[in-house]
Design a protein around this ligand. Structure first.
Ligand SMILES: C[S@@+](CC[C@H](N)C(=O)[O-])C[C@H]1O[C@@H](n2cnc3c(N)ncnc32)[C@H](O)[C@@H]1O
Length: 307
């Protein structure tokens, strides 16, 4: 298999991440190894990269790709377990932690995975096939109001109530199992002009919900703090506003040394400042990168340093 995914913001992320040639680095979202490879190129023979992905194809591809490089350790674990993975490898602290969130081009293009509405496949949307519930299960089992909330909260789709109602009407007639079923439902209540955007939002909402992506991101950021050494860098690339907001707020919170109310005469909160923000504004892809890789268009990179 040739490289099935072009790494996004590769130079920018590696430059911010790697400041120790003999350091230990964690790549939370290994995918097809683009960023892992970028880190390895900066390291000497003492450096280590620990990379993980929940996707079996990504895991198998990278197992083979890096089989001759002793500096790489590969896992098929959820990245929220960053602290557990560090323990397994007897690593007290990483010099840098990188996460390139979302899904890879391979997952989007793999018609069997059901991540894209452009082919008619099973409505799965699980990154980790060990998860219990698929998108189809959610659509057939959740109540109308729960579905509306999922679509509104995780897809930021204003027409969520109408879509949820249409889903429930359709499932009275037949089980919803295919991407085409969902497309048909959404088309029935959406103006053709907004169809593509609405489909993207609903698919995004279901993917986030099925994989619990936002809670997992919060847990990962929190757990990273325990295994990121002083001076170590945390670099996160996100692809939609919900993820970016979580990263931005986490960085902001961790960069404050006091969260007492303004009117409080003395500090009583005991808050510890753990991060220095390195990117006051998120870094986005250059016009050149966007020309080569359209899928990079929504990427935002934020970086911070452990203090
Ligand atoms: C944008 S791709 C990463 C691409 C990679 N940086 C490269 O250059 O090839 C995101 C990857 O993260 C994985 N992923 C998403 N959520 C995950 C999680 N909670 N734990 C581990 N891997 C996850 C996906 O399966 C996907 O392969």
């Amino acid at each position: 298999m040739k490289q099935p995914h072009s790494p996004v913001l590769l130079n920018e992320s590696i430059k911010l991440l790697v400041n120790n040639k003999a350091g230990k680095y964690f790549e939370a979202t290994m995918g097809f190894g683009g960023h892992t490879e970028g880190i390895l190129e900066k390291l000497n023979s003492d450096g280590i990269v620990v990379s993980t992905d929940v996707d079996i194809n990504a895991f198998s591809f990278c197992k083979e790709k890096f089989k001759n490089d002793k500096r790489v350790k590969i896992y098929k674990f959820n990245f929220s377990l960053v602290d557990v993975i560090a323990k397994i490898d007897s690593i007290e602290f990483f010099d840098g932690i990188l996460a390139d969130l979302g899904v890879s081009s391979f997952q989007l293009d793999d018609s069997a995975a059901g991540f894209s509405y452009s082919s008619n496949t099973d409505l799965d949307l699980r990154l980790d096939k060990n998860l219990r519930k698929t998108a189809a299960d959610i659509l057939n089992e959740e109540s109308e109001s729960a579905l509306a909330n999922i679509i509104y909260e995780f897809g930021e789709e204003k027409n969520s109530r109408r879509i949820a109602k249409a889903i429930c009407k359709m499932r009275e007639i037949k089980k919803i199992t295919k991407t085409e079923d969902l497309k048909e439902i959404i088309s029935s209540v959406t103006n053709a002009r907004y169809l593509v955007k609405t489909l993207s939002r609903v698919f995004q909402a279901l993917r986030i919900y099925v994989n619990e992506e936002l809670n997992i991101l919060r847990t990962f950021l929190e757990n990273s703090m325990d295994v990121l050494g002083k001076g170590g860098r945390l670099v996160i690339i996100s692809y939609h506003s919900l993820e970016d907001r979580i990263v931005k707020e986490f960085f902001k919170h961790e960069s404050l040394s006091c969260i007492c109310p303004k009117e409080s005469p003395v500090c009583t909160c005991g808050k510890e400042r753990r991060l220095k923000i390195l990117t006051s504004k998120p870094i986005t892809p250059t016009a050149n990168e966007l020309q080569m890789n359209k899928r990079a268009r929504s990427a935002k990179l934020r970086a911070a340093e452990r203090i």
